[in-house]
Design a protein around this ligand. Structure first.
Ligand code: TNX
Length: 546
């Protein structure tokens, strides 16, 4: 007994000082190439210097902060040109456009005295840092010995996105930043920010102030959602919007972390918050119509813009104001679920269709898209829209985000559009991940973890026709009708978002679900815990067959 007590005591004493690295086999998404030849290691301790090439100052600081939070090691940071004290080990962040021959690529070498990350763009450097951070344990340590290794890594797809609806429920800026941290950790590169919808306008607009004083607020707060029962409200108003300063803060935060932010202003349907603020833009002005307090397609209440001069003036001014705020090359203009019945019933819309020689209401929808695309082209931007905008004869420069099935993605690619695959099945993370009747309420659909992991963004039909390159990537969507808290957001995205990250980043032939699940347990779930994030734990029980 004495020896047992002695050894356990010694063990527990030594735990805070253990210097084991996390295995390179746990890195997720799994890297393209990992070579473990050397038998040595590089010891990282409090004196190790982070030394950066001038392109990567912000990333060096990011690396320092992240490592300090994760391990307590607070390393000194120096530009490579500075005279610095002697140190035996370095983490070098190197700009190298020769050895690095692909976008977003990095190499990570642990050998001799140094750890070296090479990249030629911000993304590549961020992903190299994220991989290195995964080699450190998540605990307080004095030093870590990282075994020699050479990693060469780059993404399979150029577009790796996650979406967040902040309209149905809004989340504070601090949480948006966390969401961006999650994206960066998982080597995503795009955050699609769904900023307007029937239930609210969530971005500050100076040119049309009623969008915020009226459009940002719902009269009632929905409390609790009960299946098949009428909604209940607590009588208080709900809403808010992000100021331009807050948005700029988020954009800067994201850009250091390799994340591009695409704003979405959803038109010509899903526009009830706009109409509540400016009824003259709707097909049937009626000032008693409020910002929507329920969800769904609005066949009962008007949420569609009318094609009149005031509307096009509004669209030009507002879209250009938003475009000036966001550095992204892309702008999402929605275009989903436009209830054409409002245009059918409206004499002004009908006259407009005739006058402009449009085929029908679908043609009118395309007209709206092309019009807004031209306002944005004046600002040097390309547009993305949900797949319904393909119904008319759309110009090829517009990207299609397909939320239907493979079919719509194939059709868009065949017509020469670049496509981002975002099919409801299995990439809507607002859908259920179990069939447990006691699981937290979600919207229709069943998208268990294994279905997400098995998803192949490039349909076979396109591969066979050598049209696969039109699929530039994919995106996971999180609509928040039934997601009112940060914990619920986390619960819905984890671990499905982790599975999607591997689909989008790693070579197909490296994907293996059993191996993925073992890495999830040994390396990723401990991260969720470290982030104090909720996640869905029963993913083994609920599979595509079950
Ligand atoms: C359809 S998919 C919508 C959203 C809803 C979502 C719920 C799409 C472009 N539009 O307005 O929130 O379903 O899953």
């Amino acid at each position: 007994t004495f020896y047992i007590i002695l050894t356990t005591t010694l063990l527990s004493l030594s735990i805070p000082f253990l210097s084991g690295a996390q295995s390179v086999d746990d890195v997720t998404p799994i890297p393209v190439e990992v070579i473990k030849e050397g038998r040595g290691h590089v010891t990282i301790d409090g004196k190790t210097q982070i030394v950066f090439d001038k392109q990567y100052g912000a990333q060096a600081e990011f690396m320092r902060e992240m490592l300090a939070a994760q391990t307590g090691l607070n390393l000194p940071v120096y530009p490579n040109t500075a005279t610095k004290p002697k140190a035996s080990h370095h983490i070098r962040l190197v700009f190298d456009s020769k050895a690095i021959d692909k976008d977003e690529m990095y190499t990570l070498t642990v050998s001799g005295k140094d750890v070296t990350i090479r990249a030629k763009d911000t993304g590549g450097m961020v992903y190299g840092i994220q991989t290195l951070l995964q080699l450190f344990p998540v605990k307080q340590v004095r030093e870590v010995k990282i075994p020699d290794v050479q990693i060469k890594d780059y993404p399979r797809f150029a577009y790796r996105g996650m979406h967040l609806d902040v309209v149905r429920h809004m989340f504070p800026v601090e949480f948006i930043k966390k969401y961006i941290d999650y994206l960066s950790f998982h080597k995503f590169n795009t955050f699609h920010w769904h900023l307007t919808d029937d239930q609210g306008w969530r971005i500050e607009i100076e040119s049309y102030p009623k969008l915020n004083t009226v459009g940002s607020w719902r009269k009632e707060t929905l409390i609790g959602h009960f299946k098949d029962q009428p909604a209940r409200y607590d009588g208080t108003r709900y809403g808010g919007y992000y100021t331009k300063d807050e948005i700029l803060e988020v954009i800067n935060y994201a850009s250091v972390r390799g994340i591009d932010i695409i704003p979405e202003i959803d038109i010509p349907g899903h526009s009830r918050a706009t109409i509540a603020a400016y009824p003259e833009l709707s097909t049937r002005p009626d000032t008693t119509w409020d910002v929507a307090t329920t969800w769904g397609m609005y066949n009962r209440q008007n949420n569609v813009l009318q094609p009149n001069p005031a509307t096009f003036q509004f669209l030009e001014t507002v879209f250009q104001e938003v475009a000036d705020l966001f550095p992204s090359e892309y702008f999402h203009l929605g275009g989903d679920e436009t209830s054409k019945i409002w245009w059918k019933a409206d004499p002004v819309s009908q006259a407009f269709i005739k006058e402009h020689n449009l085929k029908d209401e679908k043609g009118l929808q395309t007209y709206f898209v092309e019009q807004v695309a031209s306002y944005l082209a004046a600002k040097g931007k390309k547009v993305i829209g949900w797949h319904e905008i393909l119904e008319g004869d759309l110009s090829k420069s517009t990207l299609i985000m397909n939320w239907g099935g493979e079919k719509e993605g194939i059709a868009a690619a065949r017509r020469g559009h670049q496509v981002i695959m975002s099919p409801g099945k299995p990439l809507y993370f607002d859908h259920y991940q179990s069939k447990d009747p006691n699981d937290s309420l979600a919207i229709h659909g069943y998208n268990p973890l294994d279905a997400v992991y098995a998803f192949e963004p490039v349909p076979k039909a396109l591969r066979e026709q050598k049209l696969g390159h039109y699929i530039i990537g994919a995106q996971g969507n999180l609509w928040t009708e039934y997601i009112g808290s940060q914990a619920k957001v986390q619960y819905m995205i984890f671990p499905r978002m982790t599975a999607l990250s591997e689909v989008l980043w790693s070579p197909v032939e490296k994907r293996n679900y059993t191996d993925f699940k073992s890495r999830l347990k040994s390396a990723i779930i401990p991260r969720y815990t470290f982030w104090e994030a909720s996640y869905f734990p029963h993913y083994e029980q609920w599979t595509a067959e079950k």
